[in-house]
Design a protein around this ligand. Sequence first.
Ligand code: GP9
Ligand code: MN
Length: 622
Amino acid sequence: MKTAIRTFRKSHYGFHAALLILKAFALHAILFKDFNLLKVIALEGCFIFLLLGLVEGLAKKGAPYIYLAANALITTFFAAILLYVTWFNTIPTYHVLLEIGQLGAIRDSVASLLSPLYALLYLDIIILLILLIAKKYPLVRSEAKSPWKRRTFLGALAVCVIVFFYYKNVEIANPVLAAESKGIFNYEAINIAKSSEPKSAATMANEKADPYETNQKIASIKGIKLIPADQRKYFGMAKGRNVIVIQGESFQNFLIGLKINGKEVTPNLNELVKHSFYFSNLFQQVGPGNTSDAEFIMNTSLFPNDNTPTSLTVGNKEIPSLPKVLKEKGYSTMTFHTDKINFWNRDQLYPDLGFDQYFDESYFGDSDKVGMAASDDVLYKKGTEALANAKKPFYSMFISLSSHHPFVIPDEKKTLDLPSEYDGTLIGDYLTAQNYTDAAIGRFIEELKKKGIWDNSVILFYGDHLGLQDKALDDRDQELFEQFTGHKYNLKDRYTIPFIVSIPGKTDNGTEVSSPGGQLDFMPTLANLLGVKIDHKLVHFGQDLLQGQNNLIGIRYYLPPGGFVNDHIIYYPNESFADGDAFSLNTMDRVKDFSKYETSYQKILTLEELSDSYYAQLPEKE
Ligand code: GP9
Ligand code: MN
């Protein structure tokens, strides 16, 4: 027995497995503050033994090298997870991992954040390689038929199968928490399995259906009416105007009107709100594609995929979209973002959405860099130059970036005077970054006015998604938040983003719309204001927020499947509808009896599946 253990330990199989389990343990400790070694052995160990078991089967010759390569590969998987979570606060799905090349766009800044850790992760491989070259390699290949090896492999297989099925249908909203309790490998395996599950026939979109029929079906599920154009409020209020959509990185709604020590954090947007439609109860609906999902939703009013960034699934599809419809009306279309175009697959996303032109790092350069790319000031300054030369009317999108996590703004750009208790806090950095976002927008507005573009345009501003994950806030952050808002950071704070629509000369008196809405509603709301009829052209799952109809908003990915907001509550299921959690939209108090809202739950699942199947059956490009 003892000899068997020793042989096993000295074998490539046993030794590399032990090293990788240690690394998995380090990963759990760093990412989740989870120090349960037994759990790591069970959840991650089984997959490590399984994968190395396969390697053992293959590694007839050159075993040391093959094992080192396998170790390096799995280590790189861990490093990628670490990198991604540090940067994005979420676990990458296998699709994202397969497209890990796009992380190249942020490699430099992230590497500086993590480099010593990286070196440590690969240290064993480097040492073993040196020993191998020096012919002092300590590991041997255990006998081909070693029963230990076979038993470990079969045991690992059995454990993997058990944990897979045990956790398969356990829905946990936050992907980081899901990976923590299900295990990282297991989380990925479950995602792969789920993405290939067939959808139910009841929610299949009819390929041949007229968009109007599908829109009617959607409206009747929601319990609303498709109102004919001549009966709509505000129809055509911004007819023929240029469109300038500003998508604010990580911009949450609680920032609007917020004052710290009597000083406004976002004075320019606060001023804009006074002369705009301001939708103050607007929920984010993005999926794992975050920024790019927000772009996709703005232009399509379709649900994003629930476990794959939607932009990674475009490329071949003919996607009906607002830019395409506007082009038929004589609009030119363009979009601006200072990052590299291949990030989030945008080089395929933009043409598929119907943009004639896109401007990325190659246009903006990398001077005045903040975080990943050139600053928002560069975005707006060079963007305005392009707008001045563009064929009018134009439809344009500006995707801001400087306020991206980890919210680091160069000192010379900081204008927010925060009390010293905010020093070194995430919330302090967040407020500072969004204050810069706001200041840059203020300068943008001035520039648009100077160039004579402002008065002929309709200007939209919204946040793409949250910036402050609940989990990322430590006790100090939570206290500071409570201090300046008077309440604990809740689901509504987390998931609401501002939506502002300004039509200079028409909305000067300002109107607040406080009935709930979601990102999918942007496109139909804008289309109505532009006087563009979309019901017969574009299938849209969102609705025009200015018609005062009841609403039903699905939040997938950031809430477990079936999570929704209706006119009364925000709700998410746990294992079933009945054991879910519900909060009053007005007070955010817990609602104990929410049984009467089960129909909303069923409806939102139906709508999301219908959207998925509609997207899936879109024709391929000619
Ligand atoms: C990258 C930027 C970041 O180009 O848009 O996007 P996010 O991490 O917020 O999805
Ligand atoms: Mn974003």
